[in-house]
Design a protein around this ligand. Structure first.
Ligand SMILES: [Zn+2]
Length: 246
């Protein structure tokens, strides 16, 4: 499945460069397309759980919508759906198109930077976008009970949690619970060329995404049956763009 990822990148890129985004309520009224299975002769989804190459599949469409929304936001053309009508549409039930695990940083609000409305995103926020049991339980609920089939782990530029973990030193209060899970990314980033915090942000997003893919029993099982894709991404504080890291 890994070799199909470039196809999706090209596909999404072409769509983003094409017609205006469908920003209506189509997703709320139309049933989700069944996730694509591996083409004949090709191995089934690997532990990578890459997004299926066909953008018409559910998580491919969701990723496309999010990237289109980010483009609107980054270019000052956001169309937020946060009015009374949308509130009424979602008051008694929810059908989010994706789950986002991102940092608690005040500058990284997923609904805004992906230009999505009330009820569109299932969001879990914690400093350093780390994975712990509470995060896993929350995301399992989104996948198993709300039908979410796309999770994005979103790291961001100049992440304070990554900076603190990189600086080391004694953690006061409960801060250790945040900094300790970030250490593997810090360690992997040491010695790499370029900015260490920036490198660690990307590594951490990838590691946390990998942890979600391999989480038993729920998320791994969903990935194995083609009902879940987990991707990592980085948000740029300067220009507002989200970059998919995979
Ligand atoms: Zn952060």
């Amino acid at each position: 499945m890994r070799n199909l990822v470039p196809t999706l990148i090209l596909s999404v890129s072409c769509m983003l460069a094409g017609t205006a985004a469908d920003h209506g309520d189509a997703h709320a009224s139309e049933p989700k397309a069944k996730p694509a299975s591996a083409p004949a002769g090709e191995a089934p989804a690997s532990s990578e759980h890459a997004v299926p190459a066909k953008a018409e599949t559910s998580n491919g469409v969701a990723l496309q919508r999010l990237m289109e929304g980010n483009k609107r936001y980054a270019t000052g053309k956001a169309e937020p759906r946060r009015d009374a009508v949308r509130r009424a549409q979602t008051a008694t039930s929810q059908k989010p198109i994706a789950a986002i695990l991102c940092c608690a940083d005040s500058r990284v609000p997923p609904e805004i930077l992906f230009d999505q409305g009330v009820g569109d995103l299932f969001v879990v926020r914690v400093a350093g976008n780390l994975v712990d049991d509470a995060v896993l339980g929350s995301l399992e609920y989104a996948v198993d009970h709300l039908g979410v089939d796309l999770i994005i782990v979103l790291g961001h530029e100049r992440c304070g949690a990554i900076k603190a973990a990189s600086a080391g030193g004694e953690a006061h209060g409960h801060l250790g619970a945040v900094l300790t899970p970030l250490k593997p990314a810090i360690e992997q980033s040491r010695g790499q060329p370029g900015d260490q915090v920036e490198n660690a942000v990307k590594i951490n997003a990838r590691l946390m995404a990998k942890q979600l893919r391999e989480s038993r029993p729920s998320l791994k099982a969903a990935g194995d049956r083609g009902a879940l894709a987990v991707v990592s991404a980085r948000y740029d504080l300067d220009d507002g763009n989200v970059e998919i890291l995979w």
